[in-house]
Design a protein around this ligand. Structure first.
Ligand SMILES: [Zn+2]
Length: 338
């Protein structure tokens, strides 16, 4: 047991409280948070007000390698999709040691910025030509190692990703290393969870409705019937994605998830930029959470989410931010997303 920290004021249970003693166990979790106390003689006295650690609820760590290099318009037609092509050029060159180094850099930056937990939406799985590494989870272990070295808590989310679009049943060659089927995701999470500790856990992720077939999504959902962990999915980030989903299924993306009846409190809808009032109300009723990423959404011209509507609907904080302060967790702005 550490001697504890004492703050003249701290944000506890949704309000500022004075004279707060914070004690932490060997596993890094709080063992005692008590207000209205004088500073014990053996406690470390903090200088100013104390805030709970923030959660980066949506990260693709390897993208830190080119942050700042893509924020330019090469021609009048530059958009999300042209940015994505540049991102793929980076993804094609990143190996296991590179991921470990880039993620170590990013995770240290997050810690310096006040973040104590990160959710890594992990799809950079295989070698650039699509062949699996000797250990298929080599990239995942590199992320695990980087987080452990930095001290940040990591929720690693292997991603179901198997097609290039609603009408393209396979991945493009430059996406070959992203491929992971429903059963492979399930098995990866089982392996990762076998080494879970206080600062490491794994959850499920689906790249997007355009990136995974209904059949595979249903397969993963069916295998996860009794799963209690988080399920993340990119959804309705781009108007083009919404249009393609409508054309292919007759539904908007969030509407499709609602129609499937899969959403519940385990689900985190990442971006959810283009949502109708009816979709927002239905998501709130389902208990699912929303991960708004204003840095990315501004960076890539996704559009503005109707934040007021989500708040008015009472969408709950994500599982990963229960110990944090914020209802919506802005993504680390230096790490744009796809
Ligand atoms: Zn993303």
């Amino acid at each position: 047991m550490s001697p504890g920290l004492w703050a003249p004021s701290a944000w506890v249970d949704g309000r500022w409280q004075d004279g707060v003693l914070l004690e932490v166990g060997a596993d890094g979790r709080w063992t005692r948070v008590a207000a209205g106390l004088r500073c014990p003689s053996d406690a470390v006295r903090l200088e100013g007000p104390a805030l709970p650690g923030l959660v980066d609820a949506h990260s693709h760590a390897f993208q830190r390698a080119f942050a700042g290099l893509s924020e330019r318009r090469d021609d009048g037609r530059d958009d999300f999709w042209s940015w994505r092509d540049r991102m793929y050029q980076v993804a094609a060159q990143v190996g296991v040691d590179d991921v470990r180094a880039i993620a170590s850099h990013l995770f240290h930056e997050l810690i310096e910025g006040g973040y104590t937990q990160v959710c890594e939406f992990h799809y950079l799985q295989h070698q650039p030509d699509g062949r699996a590494h000797g250990d298929p989870l080599a990239m995942a272990w590199a992320l695990h190692d980087a987080a452990r070295a930095s001290g940040i808590g990591l929720t690693l989310l292997p991603v179901l990703y198997e097609r290039a679009g609603f009408t393209r049943p396979t991945l493009r060659p430059e996406q070959a290393r992203f491929r992971l089927g429903a059963d492979e995701v399930w098995e990866a999470v089982a392996r990762l969870r076998s080494v879970a500790h206080a600062r490491f856990d794994a959850g499920l992720a689906i790249h997007s409705l355009r990136g995974a077939s209904p059949r595979s999504i249903r397969r993963l959902v069916q295998r996860a019937q009794s799963w209690s962990g988080a399920i993340h999915i990119h959804v309705a980030e781009q108007t083009g994605e919404v249009d393609d989903c409508l054309a292919a299924t007759g539904c908007r993306p969030i509407e499709w998830l609602l129609r499937e009846g899969v959403l519940d409190a385990r689900w985190q809808l990442v971006h959810a930029t283009h949502a109708t009032p009816q979709e927002i109300d239905s998501v709130a009723s389902s208990g699912a959470g929303v991960v708004i990423c204003p840095g990315t959404e501004a960076d890539l011209g996704d559009g503005l989410t109707d934040l007021a509507a989500w708040l008015d609907a009472g969408v709950r904080p994500s599982d990963e931010v229960k110990r944090g302060l914020r209802r919506f967790v802005p993504e680390y702005t230096a790490g744009p997303a796809d």
